[in-house]
Structures are given as structure tokens and as C-alpha cells.
Design a protein around this ligand. Structure first.
Ligand SMILES: Cc1cc2nc3c(=O)[nH]c(=O)nc-3n(C[C@H](O)[C@H](O)[C@H](O)COP(=O)(O)OP(=O)(O)OC[C@H]3O[C@@H](n4cnc5c(N)ncnc54)[C@H](O)[C@@H]3O)c2cc1C
Length: 411
């Protein structure tokens, strides 16, 4: 039986382990953390992801923790006026073959961990930080900081946006700051009273900033992400008398933000947005960097997946989704090719065009949501409003390539 080491127990690492196991590999997931903790926030899983969860019998494991939004909608972030409403629910499921859902990242991770455990009980190894890797002919070694060493036929680097394995094998991915920062928080829906956001994936547009509200855990939690351009952020900090040199934002799920800064940025927004930040106990921030597509995702028997291969901006809600697609396509490609290098090359060929398109569209979406002048807002939002009211089928059709993507079965 072929053996794979997978570095990283995030969405990409756990799902690739599931798919590799289902195609006959012995897998070991090396995760540096002592436990798969509840880090992260809400993520959206579109049907191109839930189809794969269905295919691998993982979907039933998130039934109790996910939330099915009624629609994707766009609203003016100040007045709350809705100018686009695209029903999801049964419409999405019929059109794209699987449900559109929202889920807390921690709930998805827990479900993937359970599915992997069903398939291979000893697969996940915690407290296992990889410090170095080494390839020798047909074998790859992973050296851990505590001195342990593991060897396998292939190593899958699922070590996230700051992948050390990417830096070691392919080179630096040259992050480019997009001049935008994301704030996020999760609050209980009960505490919001009349200002609870709608049960949708709602995008609240604004000049140089936008917010997205979604519901999690059967609707009991409200997930908020607010993205702001740096001039507005600096202005808010200045107004609050904060020294800009004390305000470095990193790319991290766990960096604490100053809630007063978030409140000041979104102070002119609709009460639904303002109230979330008002009652939030804990606001986090994340620096949004863009990257050009890498020229390749493998070196010998080392293969990159998920954010290690292609970090993307959150404005198309596809980072985790594309990580799931990677794991599935990689396992399928390896199953269909004799050699690991041929399988890895086929995986890259199948994925690079689609992932690059998603990266580009994510960047475009951010610009779309942030138009500053009234003229630009009208020019961009009016056609969306007209299409949403008169020919929604056009909007669905434009999403088919992304949300309706179906892959053949793994075996
Ligand atoms: C604000 C925001 C909102 C988002 N919203 C969405 C959304 O709605 N939908 C969506 O699909 N995506 C969303 N994303 C993106 C999504 O969260 C990521 O794309 C996804 O989590 C990437 O998964 P991954 O497994 O590749 O990496 P990660 O989740 O970062 O996992 C990497 C793992 O590797 C481990 N690790 C790292 N180095 C080592 C080492 N040396 N040894 C051992 N272990 C190691 C880490 O501890 C971690 O567990 C969002 C992102 C942001 C910032």
C-alpha cells in the first residue's frame, strides 16, 4: 500500500487524507497543534464543495452544525436597501446537485476529523511540527522539531498560507498587500434582537469597505466579516488617537483587533452591522494579501494543496472550498497514474486554470463591493439589480462554472 504524509490538519490536509485513504493510501496527518482547536470563523461551502463532501460520505457529519442560507443577497451597507436577491435552498440544490451551506470552520474540521477516524483510526498525529523535509529517490522524510522522523512515498504540504514547505520546495510566493484588512467576529443571534441579520449570505456594500453577514449552527450564531481599505482604517485609527506603528496586522486567524477601530470604521453603516460590532466580545483582524499563481505545485514527491498552493482573498468565499477540490482532484489523479510525479502533474494541470480564475474573481469582487463614487455604484449595481429582478437565470448561469462544478467519482 502506498503511504502519504500530510503536513497540516486544516481543511486541505484532512480532506486530502480522506480522499487518499478512499483511493487506497495509508495516510498520516502531521499537525503541529496539540489539538484541532476551534480556531477560525464561519465559512461558506458552496455546492462545488458539498458535492465532494457527499461523494466521500462526509456530508451527513455536518448536518447538525451547518446552516442553509435562504439566498445570496446584496444590500447597500448604509441604508440596507436590498438590490440583489438570489434564492439558494432547493433552487441551488436542484441546479448544482448539493446544498449551499454555512458552517463554523471548527465544526467542519471536527467532522473531517471524524470521517478520517472512521476510515483510518490512527491517521492523525497531533503535536507534530515538521521542521524540515528531505527527498531521497522515491521516498520523502519529514523531520519533526522533537526529533521524530517519518518516511513515506509522498508528502502533501497542506501547511497553510505561510507554508514553510512551499518556501523550501517551490520558493517564495511573494505576497502583495491589497491595502485591505478584514475584521471578523461571531455573536449570538439571540443578543441582536430586532437587528439580527437575515438568514442569508448578505453582502453589504460600501465606499472602500464592505461587510458580509452569514448565520451558523442552525442560525443561532451570526458570523461577520468586514473588509476595509487602509486609508479608511488609518483615518479611524487617527480619530481614536492610535499610533499607526502599533497597528500592524498579520495574516492570522487569531490576531486580536481593537474593537473600537472596527466600530469607528463601520459607524456609518446600517444598524444591523453596527449592532454586531457593538455587542461583539472578541473581534479579530487579518491582513489581506494577494498572490500570483505559482508556476507549479509539486517538486518530485512533494505536492502542495490548499492555501499552501494558492491562498486567495475571501471575497468569493472559496478558499476552503478550493482546498476541498484540491484534495479530491489530487487523490483522483494519483489513482489514475502509475507514478506520483505523473499524478501530481495531472492534478496541477486540472486545477491551475480554475484556481487562477477563482483568485482573479475574488480580487474583482472586492473592487465591486467597494465602489466609492455614486456614479460607479450606479453603473455597477443597477445592472445587477435589473438582472436579479428580471432575469435571475442569467446570474445563476454566470455562477454555473464555479458552483456547479462536478467531478467524476474518486475510483
Ligand atoms: C476573513 C476570511 C474569511 C474566509 N471565508 C471563507 C469562506 O467563506 N469560504 C471558504 O471556502 N474559505 C474562506 N476563507 C479561506 C479559508 O479559511 C482557507 O482558505 C482555508 O482554511 C485553507 O485551508 P488549509 O487547510 O489550506 O490551511 P489552514 O486552514 O491554514 O491549515 C493549515 C494547517 O497546517 C498546520 N501547520 C502549519 N505548519 C505546520 C508544520 N510545520 N507542521 C505541522 N503542521 C503545520 C497548521 O497548524 C494548520 O492546522 C476565509 C479566509 C478569511 C481570512
Amino acid at each position: 500500500m502506498r503511504e502519504a504524509l500530510i503536513v497540516g490538519g486544516g481543511i486541505a490536509g484532512l480532506f486530502s487524507a480522506i480522499c487518499l485513504r478512499l483511493t487506497g493510501w495509508q495516510v498520516r496527518v502531521l499537525e503541529q497543534a496539540p489539538a484541532l482547536e476551534a480556531v477560525g470563523a464561519g465559512i461558506q461551502l458552496s455546492p462545488n464543495a458539498t458535492n465532494l463532501l457527499k461523494e466521500t460520505d462526509s456530508l451527513p457529519l455536518i448536518k447538525d452544525t451547518s446552516f442553509a442560507p435562504e439566498a445570496i443577497e446584496m444590500r447597500n451597507g448604509t441604508t440596507g436597501r436590498q438590490f440583489c436577491y438570489l434564492p439558494l435552498g432547493k433552487t441551488a440544490e436542484t441546479r448544482w446537485g448539493a446544498p449551499y451551506i454555512h458552517i463554523h470552520r471548527a465544526d467542519l474540521i471536527a467532522a473531517l476529523e471524524r470521517r478520517l477516524e472512521q476510515l483510518q483510526p490512527d491517521a492523525l498525529i497531533l503535536n507534530a511540527q515538521v521542521s524540515d523535509i528531505h527527498q531521497d529517490g522515491e521516498q520523502v522524510d519529514a523531520q519533526l522539531i522533537d526529533g521524530r522522523r517519518f518516511t513515506a512515498d509522498m508528502l502533501v504540504a497542506a501547511d497553510g498560507v505561510h507554508s514553510a514547505i512551499r518556501a523550501q520546495t517551490i520558493g517564495d510566493d511573494a505576497p502583495h498587500f491589497t491595502n485591505s484588512v478584514a475584521f471578523r467576529t461571531i455573536v449570538s443571534a439571540d443578543r441582536l434582537g430586532d437587528t439580527v441579520p437575515p438568514p442569508t449570505a448578505a453582502i453589504w456594500t460600501g465606499a472602500g469597505k464592505h461587510a458580509v453577514t452569514t448565520r451558523l449552527r442552525g442560525g443561532a450564531l451570526v458570523n461577520f466579516v468586514g473588509v476595509v481599505e487602509t486609508d479608511i482604517l488609518q483615518h479611524a485609527r487617527q480619530r481614536l488617537g492610535i499610533d499607526p506603528s502599533n497597528a500592524v496586522v498579520r495574516e492570522s486567524w487569531s490576531q486580536e483587533a481593537d474593537k473600537n477601530v472596527a466600530k469607528a470604521i463601520f459607524a456609518d453603516c446600517h444598524p444591523i452591522i453596527r449592532n454586531i460590532l457593538e455587542i461583539a466580545d472578541d473581534v479579530k483582524c487579518w491582513s489581506l494579501n494577494a498572490r500570483k499563481p505559482l508556476p507549479r505545485w509539486s517538486e518530485g514527491h512533494v505536492v502542495l494543496i490548499g492555501d499552501a498552493a494558492h491562498p486567495m482573498l475571501p471575497s468569493l468565499a472559496q478558499g476552503g472550498v478550493q482546498a476541498l477540490e484540491d484534495g479530491y482532484v489530487l487523490a483522483r489523479a494519483l489513482h489514475r497514474h502509475e507514478s506520483i510525479t505523473a499524478g501530481a502533474a495531472a492534478y496541477f494541470q486540472e486545477r491551475i486554470g480554475r484556481v487562477s480564475q477563482v483568485q482573479t474573481m475574488s480580487a474583482q469582487n472586492m473592487r465591486l463591493y467597494h465602489h466609492r463614487s455614486r456614479a460607479a455604484q450606479l453603473a455597477h449595481y443597477l445592472p445587477i439589480e435589473v438582472a436579479s429582478k428580471t432575469t435571475p437565470s442569467l446570474i445563476y448561469r454566470r455562477l454555473d462554472w464555479l458552483l456547479g462544478k462536478r467531478y467524476p467519482s474518486l475510483l
